[in-house]
Design a protein around this ligand. Structure first.
Ligand code: ZN
Length: 291
C-alpha cells in the first residue's frame, strides 16, 4: 500500500490515478449490481480515515449508495461485494460493462455520425460542444468507455454532471436506467433528457436528448439534430477521423466535427417556428424518399 501522497488528505476529491485503480479493481461498475454509472465510496468512514487509498474505496451506483447511507445496506455487505464485484463474477453476463475494443470508434448522434481512431488511454470524443463546454463526451480508457455529460437548465445552471462515469453532481433526484445496453436519463419521472445506446465493442448511438447552454438549445432525435435558435436541422452528416460532432460557438482549442457553427443567435429563437420547420422538413424528406 502506497500512502505517500494519500495520507491525511483534506480534500474529498479522489486523485485520478486512484480513481482509475478503483475502477479497474471493481470491474467498471457498482460492486453490488454492476451499474456503470457510480460514485466512489470510502468503505471506512471518511471522517475517520481522511485519506484516499484505492483498496479502501469502492464503486456504488446511486441507488446502492443511498441505501448504504440510509443504513439499508450494511457496510459488511459492501465489503464482501468489493472483494467479488458484480462485473467480475464468473458466469455473470456483462451487459452493463461499457466495453470498448478495436482501433476505431463510431459515434452516431441524431442521424449524423463521426468515426475516430483510438489514440490510446484518454482518447476523447465530443458529440456536442457549445462555447468550449463539451455537453456530452466519451473517453476511451483501459478498454472501456467513460461517459461525460453536463446538463444545464433554462437558467444556465448545471443540474447533472457525470464525469468519467462518476455521478459527480446533481441537484434533484434523477432517474437513471440501464436496460440491456440502453442508458436513459430522466429528470424525476418526467421526459427523457438523454438516451444512449452502447453497441460494444466500438459504437455508441445517442438517440434522444435535450441540451441547453448559454441560450442555445439542441434537440437530439433518432433521425436528426435540431438547433431551435435558428432552425438548423442536421441529418445524414458524416465525418471520418474526427473527434467531434456538432460544435457551436468559440472554442479555444478547436475541435473538428461534422458541423461547426460559429454564430448562433442566443435566447432569441422562436421555438415554435423551429419545431414547425422540423416537422415540415421531415415530412418533405419522407415524401421524397423512395418507397
Ligand atoms: Zn448498484
Amino acid at each position: 500500500m502506497n500512502l505517500d501522497n494519500n495520507q491525511e488528505c483534506s480534500s474529498r476529491n479522489i486523485p485520478l490515478p486512484i480513481q482509475r485503480e478503483v475502477r479497474q479493481r471493481c470491474g467498471f461498475g457498482c460492486v453490488i449490481c454492476g451499474m456503470p454509472l457510480y460514485e466512489y465510496e470510502h468503505m471506512e468512514e471518511w471522517a475517520e480515515v481522511k485519506r484516499h487509498v484505492a483498496e479502501e474505496i469502492t464503486l456504488l451506483c446511486d441507488q446502492h449508495h443511498r441505501e448504504k447511507t440510509g443504513g439499508l445496506l450494511p457496510k459488511e455487505v459492501v465489503k464482501e461485494a468489493d472483494k467479488n464485484p458484480y462485473n467480475l463474477r464468473k458466469g455473470v453476463s456483462k451487459p452493463y460493462n461499457l466495453h470498448f475494443a478495436g482501433k476505431e470508434a463510431k459515434v452516431e448522434i441524431g442521424g449524423n455520425s463521426f468515426t475516430c481512431q483510438d489514440r490510446g488511454y484518454g482518447t476523447a470524443m465530443v458529440p456536442i460542444s457549445v462555447d468550449g463546454t463539451p455537453l456530452i463526451g466519451l473517453v476511451l480508457a483501459d478498454g472501456h468507455l467513460l461517459l461525460n455529460v453536463v446538463i444545464f437548465d433554462e437558467f444556465n445552471a448545471p443540474v447533472l454532471h457525470i464525469k468519467n462515469n462518476q455521478l459527480y453532481y446533481s441537484t434533484s433526484p434523477w432517474d437513471i436506467q440501464l436496460v440491456g445496453t440502453k442508458l436513459t436519463l430522466r429528470e424525476a419521472h418526467r421526459k427523457i433528457l438523454l438516451e444512449i445506446d452502447f453497441y460494444p465493442p466500438n459504437r455508441v448511438v445517442i438517440e434522444r436528448g435535450r441540451f441547453l447552454r448559454n441560450g442555445v438549445e439542441i434537440l437530439v432525435r433518432p433521425s436528426n439534430l435540431l438547433v431551435t435558435n435558428n432552425s438548423t436541422l442536421l441529418s445524414g452528416n458524416h465525418a471520418h477521423n474526427c473527434y467531434g460532432g456538432l460544435i457551436i460557438g468559440y472554442h479555444e482549442k478547436p475541435i473538428g466535427g461534422f458541423m461547426a457553427i460559429a454564430g448562433v443567435p442566443r435566447y432569441l429563437g422562436d421555438r415554435k417556428e423551429a419545431l414547425k420547420f422540423e416537422r415540415e422538413s421531415l415530412s418533405r424528406i419522407e415524401q421524397a424518399s423512395p418507397k
